[in-house]
Design a binder for this molecule. Structure first.
Ligand code: ADP
Ligand code: MG
Length: 403
């Protein structure tokens, strides 16, 4: 039984007075394990058929059987389940969540599936696309090719039977596009059924079967190896029956500026130098604040001590009736000293943790100076009272020894 059986599939759109035949009675069968490229000029119906295959939309007429089950008979709930479990999607514009790491992006379908709390499947998926070293990076820290690899990892994290990709190389330069196609080929060798849309001839010829569309109809359906044979055994020759896939087929979205970043032409297994936007390391300002507060509090405590010694004579202190102002000053002094030690300790350890994070987590971090200042201020603030206390003890001991 074929994985996909489409019979007379039709999708109409009403555009004002006229009706657009986005799909005009398409028949198609795709077996498990195939690697199919759908090509055609812009507006020929490629995205429409992908949306229907991906259960993102319902046809106007016709049948779509996925694994023998008629998708038209399914409830929205069942369709959502199929989209999550059985189908992976890869888009031209990657569609990653910007502020979350590669690993978290890949784990999103797991979260929706509520099957596991473990990150192991997401790690495995990243490994399959050769991106283990980039798991803690956010999309803005990745090249275009790497972003698309993250998107592919997200698409395969639930081990889908079907992987759909709409112009996955459309926003990438040729070399990066080839690397992405290598990943698709290797996933296909591992048994994943892949259908991808492209208007690039070379990309289409990396698949095992080419389906060409025009005006909502399939006009050519051929194995790539037969196309090679027809073209005279030369795999690089452009076959006559795949017309030059028009440059007129405008890409759906303008290429993102980051795609021209120098990092995206890297060989797959290498660890390229990725140009990263500098970012403030988390916790820097907190540590810095504590580190600065500590000596200030200590200073305030010392001022209170001086006030005590100059303003209040010891003879004024009778234990029964101490002057309230002196008590207040004494209280503030002790509080300041205590708080300065606490702030100093927090500043020191927090600053150290931030420095460690900056050293060990890949990324271009800002805040090293502030974290260092927090450490130094915190430590000195804690050490100064200790040193003074120690000095007092030494003085007292020498005096008693002499006396
Ligand atoms: P392709 O992906 O090959 O460029 P599409 O499948 O996006 O083509 O579109 C096929 C045809 O259907 C085009 O003529 C397009 O204008 C039309 N079409 C697609 N989506 C809609 C829509 N939501 N509303 C109206 N017309 C649409
Ligand atoms: Mg399209």
């Amino acid at each position: 039984m074929p994985l996909i059986q489409i019979k007379d599939l039709t999708k109409l759109y009403r555009m004002g007075e006229s009706i657009v035949h986005a799909l005009d009675g398409v028949d198609l069968e795709i077996e498990q394990g195939e690697f199919v490229a759908i090509t055609g000029a812009s507006g020929s119906g490629k995205s429409t058929i992908m949306h229907l295959l991906g259960c993102l939309d319902r046809p106007t007429a016709g049948d779509y059987l996925l694994n023998g089950r008629n998708v038209g008979d399914m409830s929205d709930r069942e369709l959502a389940h199929i989209r999550n479990q059985d189908i992976g999607f890869v888009f031209q514009t990657f569609n990653l969540i910007n502020r979350t790491t590669a690993l978290e992006n890949v784990g999103i379908p797991l979260f929706y599936a509520r099957t596991t709390n473990s990150r192991a499947p997401a790690r495995r998926a990243l490994e399959r696309v050769g991106l283990t070293q980039r798991s803690t990076h956010t999309p803005s820290e990745l090249s275009g090719g790497e972003r698309q690899r993250v998107a592919i990892a997200r698409a395969i994290v639930n081990d889908p039977v079907l992987l759909l990709a709409d112009e996955p190389t459309g926003n990438l330069d040729t070399r990066t596009g080839e690397q992405i196609m290598e990943i698709f080929s290797s996933l296909n060798e591992q048994g994943v059924t892949i259908i991808l849309v492209t208007h690039e001839h070379d990309v289409a010829m990396r698949a095992k079967r080419v389906v060409q569309m025009r005006d909502g109809k399939i006009v050519l359906d051929k194995l790539t190896r037969d196309i090679h044979v027809d073209a005279g055994e030369s795999p690089t020759a452009r076959p006559a029956d795949i017309p030059a896939l028009q440059p007129a087929s405008v890409p759906e979205a303008p290429p993102a500026p980051a795609e021209s970043a120098p990092g995206n032409a890297e060989p797959l297994e290498a660890t390229p130098t990725v140009k990263m936007k500098p970012r403030l390391a988390a916790g820097v300002n907190g540590a810095f604040g504590c580190g600065l507060a500590a000596p200030l509090l200590l200073l305030l405590g010392i001022v209170m001590l001086i006030v005590m010694q100059t303003r209040f004579h010891p003879s004024e202190f009778s234990p029964e009736k101490p002057p309230p102002l002196a008590l207040a000053v004494l209280g503030i002094m002790l509080l300041c000293l205590l708080l300065s030690i606490i702030a100093g300790l927090i500043g020191f350890f927090w600053g150290r943790a931030v420095l460690k994070r900056i050293r060990t987590v890949p990324g271009s971090w800002i805040g090293k100076g502030r974290a260092r200042t927090a450490c130094i201020c915190g430590l000195t603030t804690v050490l100064i009272p200790l040193a003074l206390f120690g000095l007092n003890i030494v003085v007292w001991m020498t005096r008693t020894a002499r006396g």
